[in-house]
Design a protein around this ligand. Structure first.
Ligand code: SF4
Ligand code: SF4
Length: 132
């Protein structure tokens, strides 16, 4: 590379915008159909376990006793098969990627407690006698 060519390249680099984005200060713009990570709306999930059975990498664990739904973030390959197979449509593919980490991590979602059904009012004694 000649000296003038070198200077020209240096000056061009000096006054042009950087090719990279300052991460994480400048948020990334995702394409509309980006496959980032799976989220579960636990208000709707019935813990049926179908998503776990369909997942090709075994990334999902459903614990009916403990009322939890877990996903191993670094085992998930974002295929979206669980989203398609969920009968309650409570799974969704979000655009943002899982944050980098030093260890494999599992996210656990807990089913919120359902409020107990309201107690039925007691029947009047006369009605109860008629029915007997
Ligand atoms: S298939 Fe849907 S409803 Fe069933 S456990 Fe998975 S997320 Fe919940
Ligand atoms: S997106 Fe694919 S790999 Fe990830 S949890 Fe769902 S079925 Fe499994």
């Amino acid at each position: 590379m000649s000296y003038f060519s070198f200077v020209k390249t240096e000056l061009k680099n000096l006054f042009s915008k950087p090719a990279t984005r300052p991460y994480p200060q400048q948020p990334r713009k995702y394409a509309e159909r980006t496959r980032g990570h799976i989220e579960n709306n636990m208000d709707v999930c019935i813990l049926c376990g179908l998503c776990s059975k369909k997942c090709p990498t075994g990334a999902i664990t459903v614990d009916r006793t403990g009322k939890t739904w877990s996903i191993s973030r670094f085992s998930c390959i974002q295929c979206g098969y669980c989203v398609e197979s969920c009968p309650k449509k409570c799974l969704s593919m979000k655009q943002t990627y899982t944050q980098p980490d030093a260890e494999k991590k599992t996210d656990t979602f807990v089913k919120p407690e359902q409020p107990a059904p309201a107690a039925q009012p007691a029947k009047p004694a006369a009605d109860a006698a008629k029915q007997a």
